[in-house]
Design a binder for this molecule. Structure first.
Ligand SMILES: [Zn+2]
Length: 507
């Protein structure tokens, strides 16, 4: 046989596209021609695959080899085509039968020694190929656990090229025992961070609970050492675990970003992403060479984006959060293609009260400097914050006294889960499942609140202390407070406290 064909997948963001790998063996001078491979990394594939074949006791065919990857128009990058190309070359040479190759998708890099190496993005690649009707997949053993997360497909995991050849010749590859999951990754709440670790900040702890229950964006203001980061890091410990669909979406992004731990690849806990204030716009939004990489906003998908020391971020960097906050995704435009990454996250911002970051009475910052510092937080971004709390330094004695009252994440998570159940029930026939997600107009029309409860917000509006949009934000929080308290609808105390939380005056 001189023509052979198999399949691979190329990724654009988290969307996979089928690539047909065709190898033609002709007479004439020995040589290799690659068609449809614009990426330099793929040219290196030729030498790598050749070495892998030689080191697997297989023979590299003589004569003219033409390798074509189509469609040619698809951007292709990386080394995930190695296994498919090697299989097709050996099959075109008659070294291995074509039967199993012809309807399989092969995704792995090859080492010079013939070892099959895991690659990024296997989960989204298989999900996309399965949607296009492919059922049979071959991956590197190191990608086996991730590949097997996809339901209703047959996954063969090979350690090396020799094992692929055995399989193509009809042998079954023994399935290695599943890797022991990393115990730390499997039970993240076990002796991990816990809300009970944060002492002396009852209002902020309560705000974290409310944020979790309603999906609200949160801003924490306070001098260093008051627990802002500790609280933010503990938000995932009180949030409900991801649904199976959310888990797959989050895992796909972490797979493309190369962040999955081996053995227990499924992301089941809401991710926590905390970019440094020196982060570039591209690292926040995503991009880069080759297959665009997800940015921080996508690594936070279905979880938390924690923007610590928010005023220290570049202005353009903070503004770039507006698009994902509005649309739940980011779109990265390229010359040849456009890539969309999901980016639906809960925003938690933290800031020191002023540039010098000293407690109130020791602060020496001129008023103008304090204003400039906060003006970096643009109005449209602050507009998306439902809850603002101020944290004060706490005396040691108070901390010790608070120990008895600091609830564990488990206790708080149980209340959060109940509140979320209530909200989900109320929102059953709507596209939303948290209070924070309901558009203002629908909130007012479909979920009216009694006049008495609205009075405090009306008065604040008359005095110009809150905008119409602010009222909507406070109302969403009021619904969450009612859900947490087990009330059917918000009462006066809920709207009053929601207003205090919205305005940053809750004490
Ligand atoms: Zn200061």
């Amino acid at each position: 046989m001189s023509l052979s064909r198999t399949y691979c997948v190329t990724l654009l963001g988290v969307q996979g596209h089928i690539v047909e790998v065709e190898v033609h063996l002709g007479g004439g001078d020995p040589g290799v021609t690659l068609v449809g491979l614009p990426d330099a990394a793929l040219r290196e594939a030729r030498d790598r695959i050749r070495a892998a074949v030689a080191n697997s006791s297989e023979s590299w065919p003589s004569g003219q080899i033409t390798i074509s990857l189509s469609p040619a128009s698809l951007p292709k990058s990386g080394s995930l085509f190695d296994l498919a190309i090697a299989g097709a070359v050996l099959s075109a040479a008659g070294e291995v039968p074509v039967d199993r190759l012809a309807d399989s998708v092969l995704i792995a890099e090859l080492g010079l020694d013939g070892r099959a190496r895991p690659v990024r993005g296997v989960l989204p690649a298989i999900v996309s190929a399965a949607e296009q009707g492919f059922k049979r997949f071959v991956v590197a053993a190191g990608n086996a656990a991730e590949a097997r997360l996809v339901p209703d497909v047959e996954v063969t995991a090979v350690a090396d090229l020799a094992q692929l050849c055995d399989w193509l010749r009809g042998a079954e590859v023994p399935r290695p025992p599943d890797q022991e999951p990393d115990p730390a990754a499997a039970a993240p709440t076990d002796r991990g961070p816990d809300l009970a670790d944060v002492l002396g900040q009852p209002v902020a702890r309560r705000a974290v609970e409310i944020a979790a229950a309603g999906g609200h964006n949160l801003m924490m203001l306070g001098p260093p050492g008051t627990g802002k980061s500790l609280l933010a890091e503990r938000l995932p410990t009180v949030l409900p675990a991801l649904s199976p669909a959310e888990a797959l979406e989050a895992t796909a992004i972490h797979s493309v970003a190369g962040l999955l731990p081996p053995g227990a690849p499924l992301v089941t806990v809401p991710p926590f992403a905390a970019p440094h204030h020196t982060s570039s716009r591209a690292s926040i939004i995503g991009g880069g060479h080759g297959n665009p990489q997800p940015g921080w906003v996508s690594k936070a998908h279905h979880g938390i984006l924690f923007v610590d020391e928010a005023p220290q971020f570049g202005r353009g960097v903070l503004d770039s959060l507006r698009e994902p906050l509005e649309r739940g995704e980011v779109v990265i435009a390229r010359a040849s293609s456009t890539v969309a990454f999901p980016a639906r996250f809960q925003l938690v911002m933290a800031a020191n009260p002023c540039p010098c970051a000293k407690p109130g009475n020791l602060c020496t910052c001129p008023a103008g400097e304090r204003r400039r510092y906060f003006s970096r937080l643009s109005g449209p971004l602050l507009d998306r914050i439902d809850l603002k709390v101020e944290l004060q330094p706490v005396a040691r004695a108070e901390l010790l006294a608070d120990r008895a009252f600091a609830e564990s994440s488990e206790t708080v998570a149980a209340r959060v889960a109940q509140a979320r159940d209530r909200a989900r029930e109320r929102l059953e026939h709507t596209p939303w499942n948290t209070n924070a997600a309901i558009p203002g107009a629908r909130l007012r029309r479909d979920f009216p609140v009694e006049q008495a409860a609205l009075r405090v917000l009306g008065r604040a509006m008359d005095r110009g202390q809150i905008s119409a949009r602010g009222v909507d934000r406070a109302l969403r929080v009021a619904w969450t407070l009612a859900d947490l308290a087990g009330r059917d609808r918000p009462g006066e105390e809920d709207t009053a406290y929601a207003y205090a939380l919205w305005s940053g005056r809750a004490w």
